[in-house]
Design a protein around this ligand. Sequence first.
Ligand SMILES: Cc1cc2nc3c(=O)[nH]c(=O)nc-3n(C[C@H](O)[C@H](O)[C@H](O)COP(=O)(O)OP(=O)(O)OC[C@H]3O[C@@H](n4cnc5c(N)ncnc54)[C@H](O)[C@@H]3O)c2cc1C
Length: 413
Amino acid sequence: MPHMAKARIVIIGGGFGGLFTALELAGSADVTLIVDSDHFVFTPMLYEYFSGEVEAWHIGPRYDELLENNVRLVMTPAVNVDFGAQTVLLENKEALPYDVLVLAVGGVTNYAGVPGAEEFSLPFRKIEHADALRRLMVNALDRIPPETPPQDVRRELTVALVGAGASGCELSTKMSDLLKDAFKRRALHGQPRVMLLEMGNRVVPGMGDEIRELVEEALRDSDVEVHTLTRVVNVTRDSVTFEHAGNQEQVKTACVVWLGGVRMNPLVERLEVEKNKRGLIAIKPTLQLTQHDNVFALGDIAYYPDATPTLHGTAQLAFQEASLAADNVKAFVEGKKLRTKHFEELGEAISLGTERAAVLTGGKAFGGALARQARFALYTSRLPTWHHRLRVGASWFFGGTAPRPLLPLGLER
Ligand SMILES: Cc1cc2nc3c(=O)[nH]c(=O)nc-3n(C[C@H](O)[C@H](O)[C@H](O)COP(=O)(O)OP(=O)(O)OC[C@H]3O[C@@H](n4cnc5c(N)ncnc54)[C@H](O)[C@@H]3O)c2cc1C
């Protein structure tokens, strides 16, 4: 292994795992970060971006600004890895050599093979998805003349969200609050219909009862129609069909948002490495692959054996693992002993509508406007780099975090 300054460290994926590993290694090694877009996404606040409470630059800072010139950026997606030749193959057919490789490509939306889901529903993982959803809402509102009777308005403005995990609850309450506000501003009759469709028997299944009560209360207050034990069986351009207790129903929709889970990244599917039954890469407690000591994997694509089970598939875990990954990459290159670590939950913070949130910290849950402020403060501290945190913190403090109404198309920005 060449000396630390000379070892070529290649990281694939600029999300919570990859970006934070790169930031910790920046300046002390020859690091290349392979990304598939020009900016990071702080996904826990994508809902606030959708509702206009925060701006794109707050939660989607550009990699070149975050990394300055300490990390080489390659903005071409990786398509495969040749572990024998120690190269990463890029979409443009280039092969990038590495001495140490870090895999952090995250997951992709899981449409679970439901007919029409991938073609007609919107995913919600990126800034452009939030933009597309906002545009759809504005277009649907703009099509309704003010004198339309309430039952017709409700039919034209029915939206369905699939999956009542944290994402479904956070987005449905935001959408409902924004739509109800738009109804008032546009003097529309009646109410929008926001449906949350969930296969399981309860909302936020991975969370404790205390926080679930706060979530259920917020869903009720925001008039979100929750359907549990309900399986979506088909999606078309303007409808969703679901099944409950053996009965199928088709509902006309302005849009369907798919939040029904995460599946393996196609790049990981292609890699011939040891994986578990769910397709997650098998790693040692040092984050090294079981068959390749110079390859590390973290975040949503890897099964870390020593973490609280509810942490799997979260930014919290990827963020904590990044620090271990950076330390162990350094130790590996320098021929030192690698560390292992047990990862625990850091708490929960869930946004509920445009006025409140729920936070679980130190085993105690609290909700309301204060929890919303606490969530903003907590997430300011989790954003990448001191410089970015300070800029965003100042912007929220002085500029405020009020939602941006769904104005008619010409007035939207
Ligand atoms: C809307 C939303 C809200 C969420 N809220 C929370 C929350 O509140 N709390 C929480 O703990 N977790 C939350 N999560 C989950 C969290 O975002 C993930 O668990 C976390 O991002 C995983 O980190 P990662 O580094 O494994 O993957 P990611 O952060 O997804 O990063 C992977 C990166 O790799 C890029 N990439 C993919 N394929 C390639 C390729 N072939 N070549 C190059 N680059 C590639 C992707 O575009 C992405 O930038 C949320 C997720 C979503 C979608």
